[in-house]
Design a protein around this ligand. Structure first.
Ligand SMILES: [Cu+2]
Length: 129
């Protein structure tokens, strides 16, 4: 009886932490619109998720993305921009790509391994006009 009473506060804390973790990881926005020069961003993956949820740049920016693979075999791709595609790399590897964000809008970056995008391995790439 004593044990179960003492366990309740611990369970509450554990549940609060578990609830907070996804909220943080889903709101990881990298806003580069206020910076000058080449827009550099590092995107890491962990499991079937990218740790960056949104990247924001200005139209015409040269964007340099370094994808760091935290586990598994993945790539980092945006269909709409030429050069916005890394090779398929393994855990612990990284690759940098550079491209020009030559059109405005909201696009999606994702991993092109079958099933990974639908499992949540994607984010937004926003080009502000
Ligand atoms: Cu993947």
């Amino acid at each position: 009886m004593m044990k179960s009473i003492r366990l309740v506060p611990v369970l509450v804390v554990v549940l609060m932490v578990l609830a907070a973790v996804p909220a943080f990881s889903q709101s990881n926005v990298v806003d580069l619109t206020g910076e000058s020069g080449v827009k550099e961003v590092e995107v890491r993956s962990r499991g079937l998720a990218f740790e960056v949820s949104e990247i924001r740049v200005n139209r015409g920016d040269t964007v340099r993305v370094t994808y760091v693979n935290g586990g598994g075999r993945h790539d980092w791709v945006i269909d709409e921009f030429e050069g916005a595609r890394t090779a398929m790399i393994s855990a612990g590897q990284s690759e940098t790509v550079e491209f020009v964000a030559d059109r405005a809008g909201t696009f999606e970056f994702y991993c092109s391994v079958p099933g990974h995008r639908s499992a949540g391995m994607y984010g937004s790439f926003v080009v502000v006009d």
